[in-house]
Design a protein around this ligand. Sequence first.
Ligand SMILES: C[S@@+](CC[C@H](N)C(=O)[O-])C[C@H]1O[C@@H](n2cnc3c(N)ncnc32)[C@H](O)[C@@H]1O
Length: 261
Amino acid sequence: MDDANDSKYSCTESLHEIRQLGVYDVYKGTYDQVGVCDGVERVIAIGCGTAVCELEFLKRVAPNMKHLILVDKDAVCLEQLKMNLSNSLHKDIVGELHSSEAQQWQGPNIRVDLITMFHCLYYFKPEERKEFYRKCFNDWLNPGGKLYIKLAKDLHENNDEDTLNSFYRKTGRRPQLEAFTIKEEVRSLGYKIESEHHYEFYLDLKLFNNRMLHFVQYDATPPYENLDVIKKEMNKMIADGKKAYGAGILFCVVNNVSDKA
Ligand SMILES: C[S@@+](CC[C@H](N)C(=O)[O-])C[C@H]1O[C@@H](n2cnc3c(N)ncnc32)[C@H](O)[C@@H]1O
């Protein structure tokens, strides 16, 4: 681990650097499994950050996309997002950016065919999630539209112990919400999980630097004051020969009721 003073590094940048250790490749393999969704022209990406993942996903799943609406509350990642859009989107595709909390956003002017929500539901309260699904299916999506959610696994359906959440538990922080909880939640509300794709990765902890650890620091609830606890715990894991393990599910939610109607 280096000792550089990287405290100004944002969560988004930290996460990007961690994912470059091999996570992006795993994600791409997962998106490849989804296949093309026919007829998808208009898309909303909620909590997109710099949209690196969403753009890779949509390239594969919605090759005929004409309009992409991106919503994120973090204005800091907006410049990088604009750059990623101009590098990745075909010039004929309209990109529309909204710097807003998804819960407060007024929604699209015209209904869309697909909505993505990748690694963002962690930050919603239960009642906000319920209202969000309702808006997606009642107000924003066309009939037959799909909501693609991607979230980490934790205690359920997992092949190993999730490193981030086990670390949060050991140090008195709240574990992040897991995919299983959301799948149960949407089913209990009458929606249907149409498909799901599981992924997992192991990362070499010795490759983690201070900048990457800022993600662990700030994403914790409550956040850590500094990196000391994190480094201590990581050094223990490295001494025990452990790697960082992460896994998750990309799943597609549809509106059971309207699909039958
Ligand atoms: C872990 S990052 C994931 C970024 C991207 N979706 C991905 O998978 O790479 C979570 C993102 O959700 C955004 N976010 C968190 N709460 C939000 C909210 N209430 N409304 C909109 N965006 C939110 C954060 O700003 C951040 O960009």
